[in-house]
Design a protein around this ligand. Structure first.
Ligand SMILES: Nc1ncnc2c1ncn2[C@@H]1O[C@H](COP(=O)(O)OP(=O)(O)OP(=O)(O)O)[C@@H](O)[C@H]1O
Length: 310
């Protein structure tokens, strides 16, 4: 069953077409990543799904109910965390959860039980400090916990990791992953790495258009399975680049800004590159400073998907 379904969804703001004929489906039970660069139309899509903005044309439904006419019925089964969530800084996490629960008129003892279980899941059980003193990561985890207070069948999160440092992101992603099988999760992001880590389904939006929808594996295959590695040496990068260029696994290479002894190499066979590199370095008498796989950027995916640079 599909939890979310849009057909030819279009949203026009004056001369800006924020969404342009988007048809997508979110299957029940999936952790669904909604990817796109800034301005792609992600927030607009989520606002329409939540019934906060009407579509200009086309339709959107959640649980087979139209989002513009059956908002209340939908809201009872949906949890939402906006990109910039608001908190009352003087409340503790537990007080905030109880406040969120009161908006849904959740009775006792259910409210207390849910509050305890969700704070535990968010790693915030027993924390009696006011929310104002929380780190961004803690606030985001509390935000997800409060969005789950009504035990929703669908959880919608707008850019839940974008303002966080790597550790905070990892915690939030782990929390999202732990929901798999319990509730359908739809979250927007411009960070492909985050989506790759937890999502099983992905849709890519670019300038209001749906570029692709499919599984994460399908998306990876669609950009040719190539990886970018950053190689840095102590000295002699020119010799290394010349040697790498002659290797069958090297697709192309580009210098690294602000580091004269490093190069980014797009490789079509990471294992082969890993095996060959120590031999090349030894032959040339070079010292290795760094060998890192870089996150595939959204731009790389777009190049693979639409065949042109941006
Ligand atoms: N209320 C509005 N009035 C006018 N234009 C808008 C409005 N909301 C969004 N837009 C425009 O629609 C386009 C899509 O914006 P949207 O916020 O949906 O993108 P996004 O993918 O969520 O980007 P971001 O990650 O920057 O929030 C942008 O060009 C934006 O300027």
């Amino acid at each position: 069953m599909n939890v979310v379904e849009t057909r030819d969804l279009t949203k026009q703001y004056g001369t800006v077409r924020a969404l342009d004929g988007v048809s997508l489906t979110v299957p029940e039970g999936s952790v669904f990543g909604f990817l796109g660069p800034n301005g792609a139309g992600k927030t607009t899509m989520l606002r329409i799904l939540l019934g906060l903005a009407p579509p200009t044309a086309g339709s959107a439904s959640i649980f087979n109910r139209d989002t513009s006419t059956e908002r209340d019925a939908i809201h009872a089964r949906v949890g939402f965390l906006p990109d910039v969530p608001g908190f009352y800084p003087w409340m503790t996490g537990a007080e905030f959860m109880r406040f969120a629960g009161s908006l849904f008129a959740i009775p006792e003892p259910q409210l207390s039980q849910r509050t305890d279980a969700l704070l535990d899941m968010a790693g915030l059980a027993g924390n009696r400090n006011p929310v104002g003193g929380y780190s961004r990561g803690m606030k985001q985890r509390l935000g997800i916990a409060q969005a789950l207070i009504n035990a929703p069948d669908l959880l919608i999160l707008d850019e839940p990791t974008s303002a966080l440092d790597p550790l905070g992101r990892a915690d939030v992603l782990q929390m999202i992953a732990s929901l798999r099988g319990r509730t359908t999760v739809l979250f927007s992001s411009h960070l492909l790495g985050d989506v790759e880590r937890v999502c099983d389904q992905v849709a890519v939006l670019d300038r209001g258009r749906l570029v692709v929808q499919g599984t994460v594996d399908e998306l990876r295959r669609s950009h040719g399975g190539s990886t970018t590695v950053r190689i840095a040496v102590t000295d002699g990068i020119g010799a290394l680049v010349a040697a790498v260029e002659a290797e069958p696994w090297c697709v192309r290479h580009t210098p690294v800004p602000h580091d004269g002894q490093a190069t980014d190499v797009v490789v079509n066979d990471l294992d082969a590159a890993r095996q060959a590199l120590p031999g090349l370095l030894a032959r040339l008498g070079l010292g290795l400073r760094r060998f890192d796989e870089l996150e595939v950027s959204l731009e790389d995916v777009f190049v693979g998907l639409v065949g042109v640079g941006r």
